[in-house]
Each structure stands twice: as C-alpha cells, then as structure tokens.
Design a protein around this ligand. Structure first.
Ligand SMILES: [Zn+2]
Length: 112
C-alpha cells in the first residue's frame, strides 16, 4: 500500500488519487504529485518595466484601459494604491476611485 502525501494546502492526510491527480476532500485542492513544490515557490509579478511588484505597492496605469462593465475608460496615469497580487490572468486586485474593486494586468502598470 502506498502512502499518499498530505494535502499541500491544508495538510490533511485524507488525500486520494484521481487519475494522475491527487485530491484533498477536506479543502477540495487538486494537484499533480511531484509538482506541489513548484506551487509553493513564490510567484513573481513584474510591472511593464520589469520591476517586481509587491502587495501594498502603488502603481500607475501606463495606458488607457477599457473596463468591463464601466462606462468610462481607466486613464493612463491613474494611480492605484495598495494593490494586492493574485494568481491569474489579471494578477492585480485593487480598488480605484470611481471604479471600485477591479482587477488589472501587471503588464499595464508601473510601480511608483
Ligand atoms: Zn486540503
């Protein structure tokens, strides 16, 4: 009998195999064994100039961006305070005056 690794997310021991994946029934996390170490590596997010962004940074938008569901355009030069980095296509979570909570791509901002 093989021993499955604990869940890398919640450390539960009740993991089970599902094809090539391992699944944790406690937190619903799924991963491919052997790759969980890569997932723990801290991801680096860079702005348009290649500077590394961090949570809490203030950035400025480098081009006019259309905002889904908003009537106005997010103008180039708009300051965005206190960003939060997230994993995803739009990797910056933030709040912008006049727009509210929204997501941006790090490639369209520069760190101030
Ligand atoms: Zn888990």
């Amino acid at each position: 009998m093989t021993t499955l690794p604990n869940c890398p997310e919640c450390n539960s021991e009740y993991t089970y195999e599902d094809g090539a994946m391992l699944v944790c029934p406690m937190c619903a996390y799924e991963w491919v064994p052997g790759e969980e170490n890569n997932a723990e590596e801290e991801k680096v997010y860079r702005d348009a100039n290649g500077n590394i962004l961090q949570d809490g940074d203030t950035v400025s938008v480098i081009k006019d961006l259309k905002v889904k569901g908003a009537s106005s355009v997010l103008k180039m030069g708009t300051r965005v305070k206190n960003i939060r980095l997230v994993d995803g296509d739009h990797n910056i979570d933030c709040k912008i005056d006049g727009f509210g909570a929204m997501k941006l791509k790090s490639e369209f901002v520069k760190k101030l």
